[in-house]
Design a binder for this molecule. Sequence first.
Ligand SMILES: Cc1cc2nc3c(=O)[nH]c(=O)nc-3n(C[C@H](O)[C@H](O)[C@H](O)COP(=O)(O)O)c2cc1C
Length: 190
Amino acid sequence: MKKSFGPKALIFPTPVWCVASYDADGKANVMTVAWGGICCSSPACLGISIRKATHSYGNIMHSKAFTVNVPSKSQAKAADYFGMVSGKSHNKFIETGLTPIRANHVNAPFIKEFPMILECNVIHSYEIGLHTQIIGEIMDVRVDESALDADGMPDIIKVNPFLYVPETCSYTSIGTETWKAFDISLIKKE
Ligand SMILES: Cc1cc2nc3c(=O)[nH]c(=O)nc-3n(C[C@H](O)[C@H](O)[C@H](O)COP(=O)(O)O)c2cc1C
């Protein structure tokens, strides 16, 4: 038997992304987003869903750009803080000691200390309800060299992102292993 939870925004896993933007005065801000994911391969795009009440909403609609900054588990405290106070009344970069750097390809800052950065230009937005989904075309992905594998590809274990768990409002770690996808031999072995 499965227990029904009704129509809830409840699915595993959701990411922990720190979305950074400039306000109209050029001040860097950052908020945490769990309602997000890749939504197109070509052009490479991701979607984030944010409430109009956030400072970031106005920033991103004005600048038409944002960055997604993937924190490591060791940076969870800052990521959590970014999701608890608003840039309307806080300078979250000064308060956490993290460094905003102007992105190379879009009009938004990225967080120097975070291991993985995606620079996005806004190409669509959809009013859904409480949240507006903003589609960002990914203009560049940059990963710290220390978080690359032997083949020079981003290594999820080294980036060590962590996940948000809806409903229980908690975080969880990723595992410690990876295995090949698109591998028909896996099902044949069963
Ligand atoms: C783990 C976590 C996930 C969050 N996910 C979202 C989200 O997906 N969309 C959203 O609008 N707010 C989300 N929030 C809340 C915002 O990050 C929060 O309202 C933040 O203070 C907004 O900052 P700003 O006003 O400076 O833009 C989340 C907060 C946390 C801690």
